[in-house]
Write a protein that binds this ligand. Structure first.
Ligand code: SF4
Ligand code: SF4
Ligand code: SF4
Length: 321
């Protein structure tokens, strides 16, 4: 019998769903005999309150595999996520928003009143407006990763912004094969990076602005480029889980001659990238204090799990930005 899959998106940008679509032939070969996508809003119009919309409770179809992208930002998303958890046997957290809060969880550094004030009244590009109170779902106090919500157990974590289709395919094929576990190998982006490393900084004691050009020859392969951190750039490769290139290949940003920004999140759930990155910078002679907005930048994709929260205003300092 075919495995039924239900996919939902919460506080997400839909990039993770595009990664599902990028499975291409892998998924087409499985549909419909081995796999059925019974509900996926990115592909088909979905009904939450019965076929005629006259149901009184939000419902999702029963399935073997549930996939959720996006973190949980409001009451409606929480209800959808808990409903899918009830209806599926295995739940996959797809993408760094679902596993660690992702970019939306940068907002966790401020409280809701400050965020709403900034968005509806303090934006320089939009005329001030009242904060909407009708129709829109109630915000939770912050952005939550899926596994922070009581009752929302996650079976498989597939981080990445977005995750590489290779890993989505590998996880689905593992489940089809009767396995109940799947995990990305625990290694860092640096472990898969093929640049030249000399273990000392060439770029001076302070971090360089990311708009500064790195030194490389465009025609030369990546193996001829000096490590970007050693060149003085903030490259989060040492503290970021590898996997963005799929099962093999050079990390995607490094291939584009750009530093890693940490989109796959920490190598282990228990790691603290902020502290570990300070150590990595020091080890090549770069002053960690020279990284601007360290708390936000080094937690850029992982603001859930209380990694980012509003700080009390300090006497004599300006209010929240
Ligand atoms: S992890 Fe990235 S691609 Fe996926 S929903 Fe979040 S922002 Fe979009
Ligand atoms: S710090 Fe960046 S450029 Fe250097 S080895 Fe690690 S991932 Fe590659
Ligand atoms: S290099 Fe880093 S930021 Fe870029 S795609 Fe890979 S993990 Fe994400």
């Amino acid at each position: 019998m075919a495995v039924r899959v239900v996919s939902e998106w919460l506080s997400s940008c839909s990039g993770c769903e595009i990664s599902i679509l990028n499975l291409g032939d892998v998924i087409l070969d499985l549909i419909p005999a081995k796999l059925q996508l019974v509900h996926i809003p990115a592909l088909v119009d979905s009904k939450y309150f019965g076929p005629n919309g006259d149901g009184t409770h939000l419902t999702l179809p029963e399935c073997e595999v549930g996939i959720i992208s996006g973190g949980v930002r409001n009451e409606e998303q929480k209800e959808v996520a808990l409903e899918l958890r009830k209806k599926c046997k295995f739940l996959i957290a797809l993408g760094t928003c679902a596993t660690n809060g992702g970019i939306p969880a940068q907002a966790n550094a401020w409280d809701n009143a400050d965020v709403l004030n900034k968005v509806f009244k303090g934006s320089i590009t939009t005329p001030p407006a009242e904060t909407p109170t009708q129709v829109v779902p109630k915000l939770l106090d912050r952005v939550y990763a899926l596994d922070e919500i009581p009752g929302l157990k996650v079976d498989i974590y597939l981080p990445g912004c977005p995750p590489h289709p290779d890993w989505i395919a590998a996880a689905i094929l593992a489940l089809l094969d009767g396995k109940t576990e799947f995990k990305l190998p625990e290694r860092s982006v640096c472990d898969t990076c093929q640049v030249i490393r000399e273990k000392k900084a060439a770029g001076g004691a302070n971090i360089k602005r990311s708009l500064t050009n790195a030194t490389f020859e465009a025609e030369e392969p990546i193996q001829k480029m000096r490590c970007l951190m050693e060149q003085g750039f903030l490259c989060l490769g040492p503290v970021t889980l590898a996997g963005c290139a799929g099962k093999e290949g050079n990390p995607r940003c490094i291939d584009a001659r750009m530093p890693c920004r940490g989109c796959f999140g920490p190598i282990k759930k228990t790691s603290n990238p902020l502290v570990d990155m300070m150590g990595a910078l020091t080890s090549v002679g770069i002053n960690p204090q020279s990284v601007p907005d360290r708390r936000l930048i080094l937690n850029r994709f992982i603001g859930a799990h209380n990694k980012l929260r509003p700080l009390p205003q300090r006497p004599g300092m300006p209010g929240p930005r």
